[in-house]
Design a protein around this ligand. Structure first.
Ligand code: NDP
Length: 307
């Protein structure tokens, strides 16, 4: 199996490099690949023609797109660029994948919903994004569904990874510097590890690629993919601090204050209800999504043991 991975250095892309490796040959690209690789393959979603040419040359069996414009607040002032990367280029990507009969695997977000209520979203609930980012991700989903028969779109939420910056690391740094901190307590979701997303992706690819030709289209579709359980950013932060203290880390923080989204102005409006119902994914692929605490504690342990 030949897999083309786009966005290899993002949170999810990095973990996909590991998780996809046992499935076959992986050509992993990032947006600078055309300049850095000898074969000039392009992984730049802002250069659709070069990307299409790369797909035509490589003819992969599977394309996994982990690249995206993910700067949620910045997207409010850069809607054109966000739309190009999260939506317009995906129409071409999907068309090219369809032409060669490849599966296209892509990631989306609970930000396609308006965040109302407290029921976990199911895949066919009505979408109503509150932000430019959410709207561009929704448009990208639609282009893929319309243009590539064999697609898997995983909607996820609150992604973290051991590599690079993440919410837990930021909280720990602030808790060492300050004695008081305010954290939002009315946005509810499930922190989901990039490693979990990558492992589920690899399993899903294996499943669709080993099933009979006739059954393949039945598994194509949109799936929610998030760790199980739910929490607020406030309780997530508390979990981080408790774990840090258990590892003997001294924190200056003495007062953690719950604040509401309304009191914390950001350019982009974020949904309050980011809960995702993952029953469809579990049933289709036989997957069990572990509680969010499991992955977060593991990530924290790896991080804290190095301190
Ligand atoms: P990251 O921001 O960590 O990674 C995105 C990657 O896309 C980066 O490596 C970035 O490269 C790359 N990229 C940006 N612009 C381009 C471009 N023009 N061409 C090629 N690559 C580009 O995101 P995540 O790994 O967290 O996200 C993976 C997917 O999950 C995305 O589809 C995202 O929308 C979705 N998602 C993420 C959530 C989260 O909390 N992070 C929540 C819900 C869904 P560079 O580093 O050079 O900018």
């Amino acid at each position: 199996m030949h897999i083309l991975l786009l966005g290899k250095n993002g949170q999810v892309g990095w973990e996909l490099q590991r998780a996809l490796a046992p499935l076959g040959t992986v050509t992993a690209l990032d947006r600078h690949s055309a300049e850095t690789s000898p074969n000039k393959y392009s992984g730049d979603l802002s250069q659709p023609e070069a990307l299409a040419k790369t797909i035509q040359m490589l003819k992969p069996d599977v394309i996994v797109n982990a690249a995206a414009y993910t700067a949620v607040d910045k997207a409010e002032s850069e809607p054109g660029l966000a739309r190009q990367i999260n939506a317009d280029t995906l129409a071409l990507l999907a068309t090219e994948a369809n032409k060669i009969g490849a599966w296209l695997i892509h990631y989306s977000t609970d930000y396609v919903f308006n965040g109302e209520g407290d029921t976990p979203w199911v895949e066919d609930d009505i979408t109503a994004p509150l932000s430019v980012y959410g709207a561009t991700k929704l448009a990208g989903e639609n282009f893929i569904v319309q243009n590539c028969h064999q697609h898997l779109i995983f909607r996820t939420s609150w992604v973290y990874a051991t590599r690079g910056a993440n919410f837990a690391k930021t909280m720990l740094r602030l808790a060492k510097e300050r004695d008081e901190l305010g954290v939002i307590n009315d946005q509810i979701g499930a922190p989901t590890g990039a490693d979990l997303i990558a492992d589920c992706t690899a399993h899903a690819i294996r499943t669709v690629m080993t099933q009979g030709q006739q059954q393949k289209p039945s598994l194509a579709g949109i799936y929610n993919l998030a760790a199980s359980g739910e929490t607020s950013w406030f309780d997530y932060a508390n979990h981080v601090f408790t774990t840090a203290k258990e590892h003997g880390i001294h924190l200056k923080l003495t007062s953690l204050n719950a604040i509401s989204t309304a009191d914390y102005a950001t350019p982009a409006t974020r949904p309050l209800n980011s809960r995702l119902n993952t029953q469809k994914l579990s049933a289709a692929f036989g997957l069990t999504l572990p509680p969010w605490q499991q992955g977060v504690t593991r990530m924290l342990t790896e991080m804290l043991e190095q301190q």
